[in-house]
Design a protein around this ligand. Structure first.
Ligand code: ARG
Length: 366
């Protein structure tokens, strides 16, 4: 029996990865924590239902191509089994009229060493998304005797988990930024809630973004669950929609991180990086002024790259500024077209989940 699962960071040599699928994707109906993240001028506002077939096909074509590029680079690729997402989610505590998709896997699965844990997402529509990955988890479990298959405590997601009337279309951008700065988010602290994509893994240290999808209680939960790791809460005051850390703060190799210049890490939180000779570089400007249609994310998916090893990175093919910067930073760039997949939840880092990277648990912040 072989070791299948091992990953402690986002940059050591990637050998095995999960790539999402767009089949049956649905734009979920509004629920307490989702309207906060749809920009006011978005065409998606108020709309829900299955995504147009043509967009699903285009996204799948780009996801399949990403899988092929990864395989050509010696990476084993696993794919989830999509469910029919256009079904209601009903629990003893809530009902919502549809699920979403199994994109992106990065939001759901957190790999730490030989453990893959399904997260405690705060969106009701994502409550059963993990099921798409369970056939893979079961396979890893059967084949890798050291694999730890885990599910974080499931949040109840009753109405008490959210601040009601938090969202109001009339709120200005300034007001949103002020809320981010004051760490005033739509989620409450009645139970731990977190999306895996809010957790940045750097060996012995976890940097977890406190924002619209992950709360403080989750940080406390992580501290107790992983007593050998150090948990740092981070937040990025320039982000009006702070969701997932991977279009904001992205490590490329030991000692080097790119940071979204509109969402800079505050001085006091930079100290630990500076004290350990890490360089934090402003990411290049995105090549696009707008995200593609029906997309939740911002143009900053430009920096949401997938690092294959300390010298190689996959970048969205049209993001020439970002590619140029990577080149200057000493990285070889593999361009992959991916804009058609963006509406399904993100770019190249989001659309994947680590299964195996070489290397162990390093202490970068001694
Ligand atoms: N909040 C980010 C932005 O719009 C998008 C992050 C997407 N990441 C993810 N893992 N789904 O800039």
């Amino acid at each position: 029996m072989a070791k299948i699962v091992n990953s402690w960071n986002d940059f050591d040599p990637l050998k095995r990865v999960i790539v999402g699928r767009a089949d049956f994707s649905v734009i979920p109906p509004e629920e307490p924590a989702t309207s906060e993240k749809v920009p006011v001028d978005s065409a998606m506002r108020g709309m829900w239902g299955p995504r147009p077939t043509e967009t699903v096909e285009k996204a799948n074509a780009q996801l399949d191509y990403l899988a092929k590029v990864l395989e050509d680079n010696g990476v084993t690729v696993d794919r989830p089994e999509p469910l029919q997402w256009n079904q209601p989610v009903i629990t003893p505590d809530f009902r919502t009229d549809s699920m979403m998709t199994c994109m992106p896997p990065r939001d759901i699965l957190l790999t730490i060493g030989s453990e893959i844990m399904a997260s405690a997402n705060s969106f009701r529509c994502r409550y059963f998304e993990y099921l798409a990955y369970w056939p893979l988890m079961n396979k890893y479990f059967e084949e890798d005797p050291e694999f730890k298959w885990t599910q974080a405590p499931r949040p109840r997601l009753t109405d008490a988990s959210y601040k009601h009337n938090y969202y109001d279309e009339k709120i200005s951008l300034e007001e949103r930024l002020e809320r981010t700065a004051n760490k005033d988010f739509v989620t409450t602290e009645v139970e731990p809630m977190w999306d895996a994509a809010d957790v940045l893994r750097l060996g012995k240290d976890l940097f977890i973004q406190h924002g619209l999808t992950t709360n403080r209680k989750a940080m406390e939960w992580f501290k107790r669950y992983y007593p050998d790791l150090t948990v740092h809460a981070v937040n990025f005051p320039g982000d009006p929609y702070p969701i997932h850390i991977d279009a904001t703060f992205v490590p490329l190799r030991p000692g080097l991180i790119i940071n979204n210049p509109q969402r800079r890490l505050p001085e006091e939180q930079r100290a630990i990086f500076e004290a350990n000779d890490w360089q934090i570089v402003d990411a290049a400007m995105p090549a696009h002024k707008e995200p593609p249609p029906l997309c939740y994310s911002s143009v900053w998916l430009s920096m949401n790259c997938l690092v294959l090893d300390h010298k190689t990175v996959i970048i969205e093919a049209s993001e020439h500024n970002q590619a140029e910067q990577m080149d200057k930073l000493g990285m070889n760039v593999i361009p992959v077209p991916f804009r058609d997949a963006y509406p399904f939840g993100g770019a190249l880092h989001c659309a994947t989940a680590d299964v195996y990277r070489e290397g162990g648990c390093e202490d970068y912040f001694a």
